[in-house]
Design a protein around this ligand. Structure first.
Ligand code: AOF
Ligand code: ZN
Length: 349
């Protein structure tokens, strides 16, 4: 019974996809059980960043003639009700005011503003609390949010396209078209889904990418580039001031229009500092588009959550070798002429 209603709450949560970030997607179902039968009397979800939380929308959806049933009802909510005064008052207080009987949750809230305090408050007020129902599904749904708080770094998606003989660029690093037009469209969609998009120095110089969203409707992510000695030419598309751009380097911290130069210390591990800085800037997810040095460094350090690899039927014969894939296969499908495989990092799961 619990799982059935939690599935419905998770479904409702997904309606907030793309609209609530950096908040989690949250859904809520209010169920009244009696000898006469079981009935959903309210439903809601977090619809937009800064707006009401799922519980508020669910309570408000209860018809006036059903309001008297709330004290005998169970609230299914995919995340621990919040205990803090944020953009809205605490949801735990609302549920206590409405005197609901029981609260069943999918996940505990990792946000230190809440983390356990929502449950404590409910229990102290005499509400029965149960958590962990369909826990894994909820963690997958909000993987970016959980990774951000638990690992203190953004969720990292690494992407590359390789030839059938295992290369990601031609001889001497020369840039070549590997995946087809359908794959390219999908990559633009993926770009629109993350807070940040990152490349290393060589890719920035040789490919001169724009790293914006052109072949799909959606918002542009913040561009992130590594340029330790600030040697990349100002003429690159990355520096055209059309989009917020972060440049990690050893030389200076400075803001110039849309470009933010952030100095890191040369004596400390570079990637750890970079990820900590992105965390401080509240960037919850980063899509990494190359090149091979950056991808391999992230993989070797364990700083990755998903790999998305296109394999094209083309052959190039010689060039820069693709990184070695790892993790477990989550899915495999054909995108035009290319085969797309998505791998997950199973170390922490
Ligand atoms: C809930 N129900 O539907 C959501 C919750 O900035 P605020 O005030 O909207 O608070 C955001 C935090 O509240 C977010 O980081 C997470 O901890 C929690 N989100 N909590 O009870 C909801 N979206
Ligand atoms: Zn809340």
């Amino acid at each position: 019974m619990h799982e059935r209603f939690m599935r419905r709450a998770l479904d409702l949560a997904t309606l907030g996809r793309g609209l609530v970030s950096p908040n989690p997607m949250v859904g809520c179902v209010i169920v009244h059980e009696s000898e006469g039968g079981t009935r959903i009397i309210g439903e809601g979800w977090h619809q937009r960043y800064g707006d009401w939380h799922a519980e508020v929308n669910a309570v408000r959806s209860v018809q006036p003639e059903d309001a008297y049933l709330l004290p005998e009802s169970t609230v299914y909510v995919t995340l621990e009700p919040c205990s803090h005064w944020g953009k809205t008052p605490p949801c735990a207080n609302l549920l206590i005011d409405k005197q609901v009987k029981q609260v069943v949750c999918c996940n505990d809230d990792p946000n230190p503003l809440v983390s356990g305090q929502g449950f404590d408050r409910l229990r102290a007020a005499g509400v029965t609390v149960e958590t962990g129902v369909l826990n894994e599904l909820g963690r997958q749904l909000n993987a970016r949010f959980f990774t951000f708080f638990e690992q203190q770094r953004p969720y990292l998606i690494l992407k590359w396209a390789e030839t059938a003989d295992g290369f990601i660029s031609g001889p001497a690093g020369q840039s070549i078209a590997i995946s087809g037009p359908l794959a390219q469209r999908l990559v633009h969609r993926w770009r629109s889904e993350e807070d940040g998009i990152m490349v290393g120095t060589t890719t920035a110089r040789i490919d001169n990418p724009r790293l914006n969203v052109r072949h799909w409707p959606g918002r542009n992510p913040t561009r992130i580039v590594i340029d330790k000695l600030l040697q990349l030419p100002a003429s690159l598309h990355l520096f055209d001031n059309t989009q917020p751009t972060l440049v990690y380097n050893f030389q200076k911290t400075e803001i110039s229009d849309q470009i933010t130069y952030q100095q890191l210390r040369s004596e400390k591990p570079f990637l750890s500092q970079l990820l900590a800085d992105l965390h401080a800037r509240r960037i919850q997810s980063v899509f990494v588009e190359g090149g091979s040095l950056l991808l391999t460094s992230l993989l070797d350090a364990g700083f990755w959550d998903e790999l998305r690899v296109f394999r094209s039927p083309k052959l190039v014969g010689d060039g820069v070798k693709a990184p070695t894939v790892r993790g477990t296969i989550q899915s495999r499908e054909q995108i035009g002429d290319d085969e797309l495989t998505i791998y997950r990092n199973n170390i922490r799961q």
